[in-house]
Design a protein around this ligand. Sequence first.
Ligand code: FES
Length: 130
Amino acid sequence: MIESTQPITVCAASDLVDSGLAHKLAVTYGNDPTTAFFVRYNGQAYGYLNRCPHMGSELDWENSVFTRAGDLLMCARHGATFKPDTGECTGGPCKPSKLVALKVSEAQQDGQHVVLWWPEGKVAPQVGAD
Ligand code: FES
């Protein structure tokens, strides 16, 4: 388990638009290489491990993770849905379960408004990855 007090800069805050495309980062979950995704919902930035609790697939289809209505996250594989602000499963084959939530904040950095990820627990940045 890797604990970190240093945040990772995910992207410019303006890259995440409400219920829009996700920004993905290469991460490790335990020893497994995978990805995490970051989205904006109701003005707030959120991040999750990109792993569906149903069968462990990545949720997104070409960075798209929201339902057409933009009010839920949806796994592209079998359609499980999740609350964008908590990661709680609201329907589909993985109920009851939850996405692994990441600690996310926003800040001014070198004159730019950015989204930050504070790695903790089993989810860590991939060394040498962007
Ligand atoms: S892998 Fe996501 S719903 Fe089946």
